[in-house]
Design a protein around this ligand. Structure first.
Ligand code: U2F
Length: 456
């Protein structure tokens, strides 16, 4: 895998939820594969601080330099609790200027070596314009699920068909205008395409992204060959070039995990195989309080052992006495070493919001999912998990009630339906492991990506 000349790659992160972490892992993989190239990782100071463990694992003298930019949030400004888009809006308002400045610093820091390629989170779509001006390749990384990427690419087509505000009766129609989505429903699309606020910061961001991606040199995807052949084939027609290099957590160096301070693995070691349910809703979502209480009641009534990743604020909504009554057979802790937990033989089900990293991690752990999606790509991911790949189930009625929780836990952990899910997800797991081992498709694609990024 050769790198000609003296490449200097700028990598630009989207500094919210689990976006910057996979891009940094990819940076580490690229830097190891192209030791003569320089990699300048540009991210908000706050997001870089959250990556401290990964950043400090980079050996000193390595070819990665990390640059902080402002997140655009004025000093002392208190972000409105009920408007999660505000911090994204503030960041984007000043992002282009800040990124350009950081790239100048990166050139200085690299002894004047000009930037030869821009790799960015796909959400940073304007990096495509910058790359065009600088006459260098642009390689965006899409960190979400491929179905939602396809949905964004079809935004204009879907709006022609359903309008920007589909009537309520159309929400339950199948998405058969895109043949491989016929098993999914209009209501499962990301909001802002044919329902919800099409003028929100996010809706405008992903619409601009969909217009820019076809100009990218190569679009990198966190998926693997064989998982969704029809989606991959279709995306190939939308982009100049795309490369599936996932699951990223198997193919890139992973930062040392925080110590298992709450003893999750030790506790799991004492449980029977495939009996425990693991619960987490990712880094930005939490269950509405009545659903959190209902899930707790469902867990208590079902008698299923559990590990629940739940911050202190969320623990306040649990029914009184729940922790004491279930203490012996459950752990409620603010942070869980999720990758290790999903790979533990005692875990038999994962209650998840279907963030894409969690879906990939569940697939490689071979653990069927119980889906409670909230926003963005999560509804499509959940629909694919439960009705296309059939490796999970939803909560009856789409929200968590005590009854729906008991039913879903029983289905996945105790019934034949769950056994069949485990067999199917086991096959996907093998496929993912095959793709990421030496000679596998994702591994080969990663090498091809190094050529694209460093071979100019
Ligand atoms: C956004 O997703 P999230 O950050 O909310 O969720 P995930 O993509 O599932 O990633 C969560 C990560 O945090 C880890 C877990 C995942 O790697 O292993 N984690 C953990 O280690 N311990 C815990 O206790 C809890 C979590 C967005 F909301 C989604 O819709 C997108 O699909 C996603 C990717 O673009 O980003």
């Amino acid at each position: 895998m050769g790198s000609t000349g003296n490449p200097h790659v700028a990598l630009i992160a989207f500094p919210f939820s689990t976006h910057a972490a996979p891009l940094f892992s990819l940076t580490a993989a690229l830097a190891a594969a192209a030791p003569s190239a320089t990699f300048s990782f540009i991210n908000s100071a706050r997001s870089n601080a959250s990556l401290a463990r990964a950043i400090s694992a980079v050996p000193s003298g390595a070819n990665i330099r990390v640059y902080d930019i402002s997140d655009g949030c004025p000093e002392g400004y208190v972000l409105p609790v009920h408007d999660p888009e505000e911090e994204v809006r503030l960041f984007l308002e000043v992002a282009a200027v800040n990124i350009r400045e950081a790239m100048e610093k990166a050139v200085e820091g690299a002894g004047g070596k000009r930037i030869s390629c821009i790799v960015s989170d796909a959400f940073i779509w304007f990096a495509g314009k910058m790359a065009e001006e600088m006459r260098v390749p642009w390689v965006p990384l899409w960190t979400g699920g491929p179905y939602s990427l396809a949905a964004h690419m079809y935004t204009d087509f879907l709006r022609l068909k359903f309008g920007e505000q589909a009537t309520p009766s159309r929400l339950s129609e199948p998405l058969d205008c895109i043949p491989y989505m016929s098993g999914l429903q209009v209501r499962e699309l990301p909001e802002g395409i044919v329902f919800g606020n099409s003028n929100s910061v996010f809706a405008r961001l992903v619409h601009s992204m969909a217009k820019e991606l076809p100009h990218a040199t190569t679009v990198a995807l966190n998926t693997f060959h064989g998982l969704d052949p029809a989606v991959d084939a279709d995306l190939d027609t939308k982009f100049k070039h795309s490369l599936s290099i996932g699951p990223l957590h198997l193919i890139t160096p992973q930062p040392p995990q925080p110590a298992d301070s709450y003893g999750c693995i030790q506790w799991l070691d004492k449980q029977d195989p495939a009996t425990v349910v693991y619960i987490s809703f990712g880094t930005i979502m939490s269950l509405p309080p009545p659903e959190a209480a209902a899930l707790a009641e469902g867990l208590e009534a079902s008698g299923v052992p559990f590990i629940w990743s739940l911050k202190a604020a969320g623990q306040a909504y649990l029914p009184s006495g729940f922790l004491e009554r279930t203490g012996g057979r459950g752990l409620v802790v603010p942070w869980v070493p999720q990758l290790k937990v999903l790979n533990h033989s005692a875990v038999g089900a994962f209650v998840t919001h279907c963030g894409w990293n969690s879906v990939m991690e569940s697939v490689t752990g071979g653990v069927p999912m119980i889906c409670r999606p909230f926003l963005g790509d999560q509804r499509l991911n959940a629909g694919v998990v439960s009705r296309v790949w059939k490796i999970g189930a939803g909560f009856e009625g789409g929200i968590v009630t005590q009854g729906a929780a008991e039913k879903a836990l029983s289905l996945v952990l105790k019934e034949d339906g769950g056994k069949a899910m485990r067999e199917r997800i086991g096959k996907l797991r093998e496929m993912a492991l095959g793709a990421t081992k030496p000679g596998g498709s994702s591994r080969n694609n990663l090498e091809a990506l190094v050529e694209v990024i460093c071979g100019y």
